[in-house]
Ligand binder design. Sequence first.
Ligand SMILES: Nc1ncnc2c1ncn2[C@@H]1O[C@H](COP(=O)(O)OP(=O)(O)OP(=O)(O)O)[C@@H](O)[C@H]1O
Ligand SMILES: [Mg+2]
Length: 367
Amino acid sequence: MAEGAIDPQDLGERLVGAGADEVERAAEAALRPKKLDDFVGQRVVRDQLSLVLQASMARETAPDHVLLSGPPGLGKTTLAMIIAAELGTSLRVTSGPAIQHAGDLAAVLSSLEEGEVLFIDEIHRLARPAEELLYVAMEDFRVDVVVGKGAGASAIPLTLPPFTVVGATTRSGLLPAPLRDRFGFTGHLDFYEAAELERVILRSAGLLGVEIRHEAAHEIAGRSRGTPRIANRLLRRVRDWAQVRGDGVLDLRAARAALEVYEVDPIGLDRLDRAVLAALCRRFGGGPVGLTTLAMTVGEESDTVETVAEPYLVREGLVARTPRGRVATAAAWEHLGLEPPAGTWAAPASASGEGTGATSRTLFDEV
Ligand SMILES: Nc1ncnc2c1ncn2[C@@H]1O[C@H](COP(=O)(O)OP(=O)(O)OP(=O)(O)O)[C@@H](O)[C@H]1O
Ligand SMILES: [Mg+2]
């Protein structure tokens, strides 16, 4: 294969992944809603946030610091941008991994202007010294700037103008309590309903200037794993199909044919997901089977199976994690078109509480 070409195998695997690379993030920028009213779904978070913003504008003060948590691709960065836009202020963007030293953060903080929003993505990855500096800055609007080096160094306290930190994290459980406590408002984003994703898709199609039928939007929404990022990505692939092999209109036929080409099945499973289910049911009679054995059977690293395939399979109630290993539920057998053997786990919701100590959401957060 030519250098730089995309291996279709890889594409097939990544198509329903919730993460995004640089190229995709650029494509996403054009589809981001810019106002709270255009942000689809997440009604509770939207309502709460709207109150926080309106009240602070009425008081003419910077709003409380805001923490946004939830799995990748659900709209945390989008909301951070909306917050700044609604406040009519500018957004300064940084991230936990970008801040290597406390000094880097001090430099960012000391250059903030009154009322600005500082967005810290992946805030759970801040180094400890930077985190401690942030506590003080968030609470007392003060930062100690160190001048000089070694024995002659001294810290000069610098008062900061009021500003708002918006932190985003896919793993809120990893945030130390003192940091979490400094956010006046925490919004937890949850997976979207299919009807909401349908609206995301129709809106994006409008922005991309393509004609789409409601049935096609419905079909794509059902395969998008509750995630707007995946919905937008599948929409772009269906558009490609419609332009190359269809008549340019995104109808049900185009949606189904395109998603078949990319091996995304009617409930959003890709090749790896289905390989895991097939191995569990066909090779191991439904389990329980250990993660390592299961991964070896499908020819993948345990890590890949655990972080890429499993969270969604567990969330959809197709697989359950038990102390003795992974188990296929009746729904998994049925999805493969097989008859579940007698005694197959029917309700993963009741089963998963026992012994595993994890709900599907915390599993996903661990990714
Ligand atoms: N509620 C929504 N309405 C419309 N589009 C949305 C919504 N939420 C997310 N999107 C779209 O999904 C894409 C991904 O959203 P975003 O980048 O905000 O996710 P994220 O939560 O920051 O993900 P990550 O954890 O990977 O940083 C964007 O293109 C955005 O426009
Ligand atoms: Mg983001």
